[in-house]
Ligand binder design. Structure first.
Ligand code: EPU
Length: 432
């Protein structure tokens, strides 16, 4: 396969509007849920991203009939042969563990590769194990895969020791067919949890309380097919709102649920940006002098860890010293070293970074080491003098559909290139 890379140059203020695609993190749960009935489930507003492509390959491999049209997927799971999943493919993304919750009741045993996805250091699955074990499942760990087995699942009272969206969704999926009542306490309140619960309820499940910290599930025997529309991706919307600030432009994100972006809008307002919030759109005005701020990540509705990386790029141009602390993923700072290649001076201490403002960046070659690190580099590249070349962009493509076209449509000087970035770098070094 040919190498792909992104070339981004210092750009004029971004201007215009874009329709925000469906949420990556929701759709991975929705597509797993779609395997829980023998009838057709049509999911709309599917983002065209690598994680979805891999997920489709995995389910096709176990016998799911996958029908893809423009931003829609129809899954029919009636011919699933077994739940022994391709271990290499399931290790390519994090949320493959949702297959456990979705398939364990019917197939009794799920074999699966260890969760992949972004490397933020430690990303345990102990709360998944705790919840599923309470329902009656047994985990066995091997070198390249693990198995989860259960003869039958029985409802239980489950308290999550940490708030986790992944474990909340996974255990909720498994509880749908568990006998009796399951109560999830200290559940994640994320919109993606609510989206999966809404689909399951539309399919005939009995789930109450999703969106609060207590979710109650009464087990049912079967689910039916339906059509369902994925929620918009709050993280993509957030990235483009920040881009308005980075370039001093005006960007409207359409087809969004503004409430999902409340904590980001509060922080950007503190920094000096202004917004016009409609029913399902937000316009960001970035043509103001920006001030430093402090951000501490937390689980929804607190400030999303996924948005601290793009926000860091904006902080580089604010006046004063900003601080980002990420207790959710204390090692989610791999973008910092890359930003330093562009000339940024950022100090990291434990789970915090200290970002002096008014910094001047200069284009260079950088690596997108995880999905949001990648988006922070695109944003920094829009401000940096000259040309920035971003390699390892598969991480970005895992989460952002048509990312370069969306930015280019707003006036960014950005292209997606095929081939070796070395050649381009040689050319660039002559220009900058
Ligand atoms: N945690 C545990 N034990 C567990 C599970 C999680 O201690 O069994 C901890 C984590 O270490 C973390 C916190 O709980 O400190 C929250 O983790 P969560 O389970 O919510 O994260 P995740 O499900 O692994 C999802 C998203 C991430 C997003 C986080 C936090 C997907 C596929 N991934 O990960 O998205 O950062 O929630 O909101 O839904 C991204 O899209 O860029 C991305 C990485």
């Amino acid at each position: 396969m040919k190498e792909k890379y992104i070339v981004v140059k210092k750009s004029d203020p971004l201007q215009g509007s874009l329709a925000v695609p469906g949420s990556k993190n929701a759709v991975l749960g929705l597509l797993a849920a779609a395997l829980m009935t023998d009838e057709d489930v049509k999911i709309e507003n599917i983002p065209q991203i690598l994680d979805v492509k891999v997920l489709c390959e995995i389910v096709a491999d176990i016998g799911v009939d996958v029908h893809e049209t423009d931003h829609q997927l129809i899954f029919n799971a009636k011919n699933i042969k077994h739940a022994e999943l391709n271990t290499a493919l399931t290790s390519k993304f994090r949320a493959s563990y949702y297959f456990i919750g979705a398939l364990i009741s019917k197939y009794k045993k799920v074999k699966i590769g260890y969760p992949g996805g972004d490397d933020f250091g430690s990303r345990p699955i102990d709360q998944h194990e705790k919840g599923l074990t309470a329902l009656g499942a047994t985990f066995n760990y091997y070198k390249d895969y693990y198995t989860v087995e259960a003869e039958r699942l029985k409802g239980a009272d489950i308290y999550f020791d940490v708030i986790t969206s992944g474990a909340t969704i996974n255990v909720m999926l498994a509880s749908v067919f568990a006998e009796g009542k399951t109560t999830l306490t200290n559940a994640a309140r994320d919109p993606e949890v609510v989206d999966v619960a809404n689909l399951l309820n539309k399919m005939g499940a009995n789930i109450r309380g999703a969106g609060t910290s207590k979710i109650i599930i009464h087990g049912v025997n079967t689910l039916k097919g339906c059509d369902y529309q994925t929620i918009p991706d709050r993280l993509i919307a957030g990235t483009f709102l920040i881009a308005a600030g980075v370039t001093g432009g005006q960007v409207t994100v359409r087809d969004v649920i503004p409430e999902h972006l409340t904590s980001l809008l509060e922080k950007l307002t503190e920094m000096g940006m202004t917004f016009e919030v409609g029913n399902n759109s937000i316009t960001a005005y970035g043509d103001h002098n920006l001030k430093a701020t402090r951000v501490k990540t937390g689980m929804y509705p607190l400030f999303a860890t996924d948005l601290q990386q793009p926000l860091t790029s904006l902080m580089l141009k604010a006046s004063g010293k900003s601080i980002v602390t990420d207790p959710i993923f204390p090692n989610r700072f791999r973008h910092i070293h890359q930003l330093s290649k562009l000339g940024a001076v950022i100090e990291k201490r434990k789970a915090s970074v200290f970002i002096p403002g008014n910094q001047k960046l200069k284009g260079a070659r950088v690596e997108a080491l995880d999905v949001r690190a990648g988006s922070s580099l695109i944003l920094a590249g829009l401000m940096a003098e000259g040309t920035t070349i971003i390699t390892d962009i598969d991480h970005i493509l895992r989460g952002y559909e048509n990312v370069t076209s969306l930015f280019a449509k707003l006036g960014a000087d950005i292209t997606l290139e095929n081939g070796s970035a070395d050649k381009s770098l040689h050319h660039v070094s002559k220009i900058i």
